[in-house]
Design a protein around this ligand. Structure first.
Ligand code: SF4
Length: 325
């Protein structure tokens, strides 16, 4: 797996469980408001590890090309200064020792943006990036080994692992990663954009997932702006139906940003997720680093509290248990 970040504890990302959070690298969508741009773009070497799978997702080639090494991408600049893996590994071990780490980092929930800016956690993040090319015995990448070692030590203190991204279903070895986590007695939650239902199906049929959270970005026509004109929106429908019918537990989430989410698009979204047990409406923030800063330049993108409440009432009227986050 291309691991772009790791958060030791989260109390809110896996409902009802204390979990560790694994961020995978690479995404086949380009949501302009994305708060994790470092997890979206890949350099050429990393892209080659996912290319086969990205090409089958019918992603427009123009968008794939854009994803290769943007000149000012922070992670590529940092990579030039990356320490040799052995040295890095010892630094990581030292830094993740509970006795030496500030308790606020261990106990508090860190958002991905905070994680990206934390020097301590950044070591772990960069270790994951280096894993793209370094493989350890047993076919575990260095980043994965760090994650497994940490989780092994925390067995009994965490209930599960939440895998988020990026888009985790792009990872070639996601299935074996989930299998290893399940073998360690942990519950597994997967966050997905719903673009790869065949991956979801394999994982669900093998009982490798305990919880699936899917982002529903917009009504189906809105996906063109995010995934490209030739994106097959039938994949979104398929993922939704699969999750509702097969996942042990699930939730759907929508980040409320115009023009992707309006009263009209909300009507269609609610029809798409008909039968879902939980629906989350998420506020969007424009004061963090986003994938396309220009998107917010002229204002008018964020939904007000009143608008969010209208969406919530629409959902409740349709019988959903809906919360605003
Ligand atoms: S699907 Fe998620 S990770 Fe990918 S661009 Fe959109 S918000 Fe970012």
């Amino acid at each position: 797996m291309l691991i772009g970040g790791f958060q030791k504890n989260t109390f809110i990302d896996f409902p009802g469980e204390i979990a560790s959070l694994v961020f995978t690298k690479g995404c086949n969508f380009r949501c302009p408001y994305c708060h994790n741009p470092d997890l979206v773009y890949l350099n050429e070497k990393e892209l080659s590890l996912l290319s086969e799978q990205i090409s089958t997702s019918k992603k427009p080639s123009s968008l794939i090309k854009e994803s290769i090494s943007p000149p000012k991408e922070p992670s590529s600049l940092i990579k030039e200064h990356i320490l040799p893996s052995k040295e890095l590994s010892s630094l990581i071990k030292e830094n993740i020792s509970p006795t030496k780490e500030p308790s606020s980092l261990i106990n508090g929930h860190l958002s991905p943006s905070i994680l990206n800016s934390s020097p301590l956690l950044s070591f772990f993040q960069f270790s994951g990036i280096s894993s793209a090319t370094e493989t350890m015995p047993g076919n575990l990448s260095v980043g994965e080994l760090d994650v497994f070692n940490f989780i092994e030590k925390r067995k009994g203190m965490i209930d599960g692992v939440a895998i988020t991204g990026g888009e985790p279903t792009l990872q070639k070895d996601l299935e074996s990663f989930c299998y290893k986590m399940k073998s360690m007695g942990l519950k597994v939650k997967l966050d997905t954009n719903g673009s790869r239902p065949w991956v979801l199906k394999r994982l669900l049929c093998r009982d490798l997932l305990d919880f699936v959270a899917m982002d529903v970005k917009s009504d189906l026509s809105g996906y063109r702006q995010i995934a490209g004109d030739d994106f097959d929106t039938g994949l979104i429908r398929e993922s939704i139906r699969l999750i509702i019918s097969k996942a042990p537990d699930h939730e759907f989430r929508t980040t409320c940003v115009k023009p992707f989410v309006t009263e009209d698009s909300m009507k269609e979204i609610l029809s798409l997720i008909d039968g879902a047990s939980r629906y989350i409406l998420q506020h969007c923030s424009d004061n963090v680093v986003v994938l396309e800063p220009d998107f917010f330049r002229h204002g008018g993108r964020l939904c007000s509290e009143d608008e969010m409440n209208i969406f919530r009432k629409m959902a409740e009227h349709r019988g959903f248990h809906c919360t605003i986050r």
